[in-house]
Write a protein that binds this ligand. Structure first.
Ligand code: BGC
Length: 713
């Protein structure tokens, strides 16, 4: 987001003409809450700065109404376009953020952002509440599906890419959320306190936001929770000093849903509602999402001299800046035709990305299938459940859950439909086998097993359901729920080969199911084409390349199990669970294999500001062409504060033909090796670093790099 000096001048003029009511009106966002029509009407008439969850023609009506107000300031329309314009039935529904992170493909993720921006724009809206830049490090948390996984570098790279995709064509504004540390609330419980120091925030969470701010993000959303007891809504240091000053963020900050009201009602951080309003604005929140009493309270406090006009003016300036940069004042503002929604071109991007989002976790050699089976039994609770496959944040769940019989208008493929389509010469039979949350009868299991026995091959589709993911749906138990493990055991007992497809919001403890499978494919929430791509993978129509952006624990209480934890000295293992994760970050199989040789770093000494190149020969040693994601990690051998033994600092996804060798080069920014010291400063400490390259965490080749002098960055 950038506006010219001329626009800044125009904003100054507007501010000098605007009344207090008009200014505070700009700072108010109203959501489309059908149960409070009178509130909605009032703000429509007075011209609120923003509306949320309004779709299509309703947005046009509100826009027209704003033209009748004195200042004629257009509203900005926000929408939770979380994986595509997913609240709009008929739009392209991409896999969840967690799923697309498996592709390790910033170019395609940027393209996903561009497609969503086009569809949102065509629907008459301007502002997407995406991307989620929280880290999925505590997998009990209900919103892990919305993250790009556990690693700050990967999440930062993909966050930057999708932000660019959203913003670059000037069609919509992005919103980075939830600022900050929200994903790591105590016990993985949504909106609870995050017990971390500012040092930790700077080290782990802030870099992700920094990169997306640099990519031009227009807005940031304040998280629900608190950082070590200070509500994020009142966190002046993080909102003003760090985000706006240090990071140079010029867009505006919007609170999350009812944050201001919750300061009193939930967090009990203020005794009076008015204090909450004033302190939230002073802390750096420029727009209030809902909390519609904000409007009257803020006006009153400005008039009484309690809330400074200067602070209000700065907030309104930021909001107007974004409106100008989006061209909202321009009568010829570019609106794409509604025909782009769900267009073939957009579906093609989704198809590519969904293929790359699948992770092959296990394969005893059964995949790709060598012969077309005569009869395939597709069994399992998620085999034909598009709600589970979509996951959270579609028209099925927001803003009001769609009725049970609602059908997506897009050409969507459940796993069952995908198998029927790809294996059109085979006979495909289906049974649900068990429920995920409801009671399952013995008869239901038996029917599925009998069907499985009649087939040549079983495709078992298990995982979790919509009710087990999302806000307020944190899980203490990450085991497969219901009788799913029993179903898997019985399927295996038939003696038929079992290919398991996982449809789930986040890593579950799938050890038992893995034991009962010949191959396992992770799809997470695969969107419209998850089912088609899973079937194409099974048939060998493409070579899988996804790698996990998040670690899988063996048992629920083993979480958090993210890879880049600090070392202790008792082995880091629980006495009652096998050591290590079931699957590590960065893991994923291919139909081919890759060998690494001749790793070289362009210099074995470096200083702050240097950019080196790390390279290696990567050979496709199998007989199938394929993508390899080459990963680069570092370790600061001795450091003044603890640092991880392995931390991702670069990657490159390359296509390598069977039998060929490619020299892969990855840039290494030496400043990226800095740490946050005990005083909170960013310091590159002199000493030896191990620079490691390879295809996964457990088979890396190491080189030494000496940083010659200590520098404060
Ligand atoms: C969520 C946000 C979302 C907002 C608006 C909140 O409940 O935390 O992620 O953007 O609602 O729907």
């Amino acid at each position: 987001m950038k506006v010219s000096q001329e626009t800044e001048k125009r904003i100054t003029e507007m501010l000098s003409e605007m009344t207090v009511e008009e200014k505070i009106g700009q700072m108010q966002q109203i959501s489309y809450e059908s149960y409070r029509p009178e509130v909605f009407e009032r703000f429509r008439a007075l011209g609120a700065g923003s509306f949320l969850h309004v779709l299509g023609e309703e947005a046009d009506r509100i826009r027209e109404q704003a033209k009748q107000t004195r200042m004629k300031i257009p509203p900005i329309f926000g929408i939770d376009a979380i994986h595509g314009h997913s609240l709009c039935n008929g739009a392209v529904i991409f896999p969840s953020q967690l799923a697309v992170a498996c592709a390790w493909n910033p170019t395609l993720v940027e393209e996903m952002g561009r497609v969503a921006a086009r569809e949102v724009n065509a629907d008459g809206l301007d502002w997407v509440f995406s991307p989620v830049l929280c880290l999925g490090r505590d997998t009990r948390w209900g919103r892990v599906d919305e993250t790009f996984g556990e690693d700050p570098y990967l999440a930062g790279t993909l966050g930057k890419a999708i932000t660019k995709g959203y913003e670059e064509d000037g069609l919509v504004a992005a919103c980075l959320k939830h600022y900050i540390g929200y994903g790591e609330a105590t016990g993985g419980r949504d909106s609870y306190d995050t017990e971390v120091s500012i040092r930790k925030v700077r080290e782990t969470f802030l870099p992700v936001f920094r990169r997306a701010v640099q990519a031009g993000a227009s807005s940031v959303m304040t998280a629900y929770g608190s950082i070590s007891g200070v509500p994020m809504t009142l966190h002046k240091e993080l909102l003003r000093d760090i985000l706006k000053e240090e990071l140079g963020f010029e867009g505006f900050v919007v609170t999350d849903w009812y944050n201001i009201q919750s300061l009193r009602t939930n967090q009990k951080a203020v005794e009076s509602f008015h204090d909450g309003v004033r302190l939230a604005v002073e802390a750096g929140n420029d727009m209030s999402m809902n909390t519609y009493r904000f409007y009257d309270s803020a006006i009153q406090q400005v008039k009484e001299g309690k809330l400074s006009m200067e602070v209000v003016d700065e907030a309104v300036r930021r909001i107007l800046r974004v409106k100008f940069s989006l061209g909202l004042f321009d009568p010829d503002k570019k609106r794409l035709s509604r025909n782009v929604i769900g267009s073939a071109e957009h579906i093609a991007v989704n198809h590519k990305l969904t293929r790359e989002s699948l992770v092959l976790l296990e394969n005893d050699g059964i995949l790709p299938l060598k012969t077309k089976p005569h009869r395939i039994a597709v069994i399992g609770p998620n085999a034909d459940d598009i709600r589970a496959q979509y996951g959270d944040w579609t028209f099925f769940s927001h803003p009001d859950a769609a009725p049970e019989d609602c059908k997506p208008l897009s050409d969507y493929y459940t796993i069952l439909r995908g198998v029927k389509t790809v294996f059109s010469d085979s006979e495909v039979v289906y049974a649900k086998g068990c429920h995920i949350m409801d009671e399952t009868s013995d008869a239901m299991l038996e029917e599925a097993v009998a069907l499985a026995e009649s087939a040549d091959i079983i495709i078992a589709v298990i995982g979790d359901c919509l009710k087990q993911n999302g806000e307020g749906r944190d899980r203490a138990n990450l085991e497969l729920s219901g009788r799913q493990n029993e179903l898997m055991y019985l399927l295996k007992k038939t003696g038929k080969p079992v290919i398991t497809v996982l449809v789930n919001g986040k890593p579950l403890c799938i050890g038992e199911a893995v034991k009962n499978s010949n191959a396992v494919i992770e799809t997470f929430n695969g969107g419209d084409l998850g089912g088609l791509c899973a079937a194409e993978l099974i048939a060998g129509n493409f070579n899988p390349s996804g790698k996990l952006p998040i670690s899988f624990p063996r048992s629920s209480a083993q979480t958090p199990c993210y890879y880049n934890q600090y070392a202790g000295w008792h082995g880091g293992k629980y006495m009652d669970v096998e050591a290590g994760n079931l699957y590590d970050f960065g893991y994923g199989l291919s139909f081919t294999s890759f060998a690494y040789a001749n790793p070289v770093i362009s210099s074995d000494t470096a200083n702050a500001g240097d950019v080196l190149t790390v390279s290696a020969d990567v050979t496709n040693t199998g007989d199938t062409d394929g993508y390899e994601t080459v990963q680069l990690y570092y370790n600061d051998r001795y450091s003044s504060v603890l640092t991880p033994e392995k931390q991702l600092c670069g990657f490159s996804k390359v296509w390598i033909k069977a039998g060929e060798t490619v020299r892969v080069e990855i840039p290494l920014e030496v400043n990226g090796l800095a740490l946050i010291d005990a005083q909170g400063k960013t310091v590159l400490e002199a000493g030896v670093f191990d620079i490691m390259i390879g295809g996964n965490l457990n088979s890396l080749q190491s080189m030494e790099l000496t940083v010659e002098s200590t520098s404060i960055l």
